[in-house]
Design a protein around this ligand. Structure first.
Ligand code: ZN
Length: 257
């Protein structure tokens, strides 16, 4: 497993995030941690979900801090359904159901909420487009990151996309049924499972490297192993928060260049 370097940052407003180091040219990536917010245990402290039982006022404050950390960017999001729907958007707001967002516009962020599922940030060739994918086991089996890359990289003259695999549950912590492990081994190769332990990031990497035009950077962070930094549905259920993962094209990049 190759691990890409990352760094922890404290955003203005206090929200703590990790980002690839170096960051990609022309785009910003924020994998927010659970640190720097106001939610009380077991949601401490930067939870972004109102659907898990947290105090809505705390969540609103956390979202405001995150917005500040993202240079006051508004966000575009989807109603995540663990499928393979890819939505292309031109501005902030709810973009319907789906599990991946793409844009060629700057000035706002694409966001997904996760607690173990894999946030996959995409930067298209020459940073003309960006994308953010929510890839749980269903989406990974369906090849959602590949679908997003295909749509993003576009025509035959386009070369390479860079993909950043963010904090997620990894092979050290993710035990699945024998049947599901078998399906992954069959689809992505025996290297993505060890017994019943499944590595979603390795499956995503195998899937994307099949395309031959993606450079995969895996930050190597496990939500199960790092409760100090991330929420883990598996390890902390029934009650825990959700981490936000975000990407934005720099405002002067993208469409019209
Ligand atoms: Zn782990």
């Amino acid at each position: 497993m190759q691990i890409a370097p990352w760094r922890e940052h404290v955003g203005s407003g206090g929200a703590v995030y990790v980002a690839p180091d170096p960051e990609p040219e022309g785009a910003r990536i924020w994998f927010f941690t659970r640190k720097g917010g106001v939610s009380r245990p077991p949601f401490d402290s930067l939870n972004v979900s109102t659907l898990v039982g947290d105090d809505p006022e705390a969540v609103a404050e956390n979202r405001a801090r995150i917005r500040t950390a993202m240079d006051e960017n508004d966000s575009a999001w989807v109603r995540q359904v663990a499928g393979d729907g890819v939505r292309s958007v031109t501005g902030p707001g709810l973009a319907g159901e789906g599990d991946a967002l793409l844009t060629d516009r700057g000035g706002f962020s694409l966001v997904v909420a996760v607690a173990d599922c894999v946030p996959v940030a995409l930067v298209g060739s020459e940073a003309g487009t960006v994308g953010m994918v929510h890839s749980g086991w269903r989406g990974t089996l369906l090849g959602i990151s590949e679908a997003a890359v295909e749509e993003e990289v576009g025509g035959p003259d386009q070369s390479c996309a860079r993909v950043y695999i963010g904090p997620c549950i990894r092979g050290c912590c993710y035990e699945v049924s024998e049947e599901l492990a078998g399906r992954f081994a069959e689809r992505f190769g025996s290297g993505v499972v060890s017994g019943r332990m499944l590595s979603l990031p390795d499956a995503i990497r195998a899937n994307l490297e099949e395309t031959g035009r993606v450079e995969v950077h895996d930050l190597g962070l496990c939500t199960g192993c790092r409760p100090d930094l991330f929420y883990s549905h598996r390890k902390q259920k029934p009650k825990t928060g959700r981490n936000l993962a975000a990407i934005a094209l720099e405002a002067d990049a993208g469409a019209g260049r």
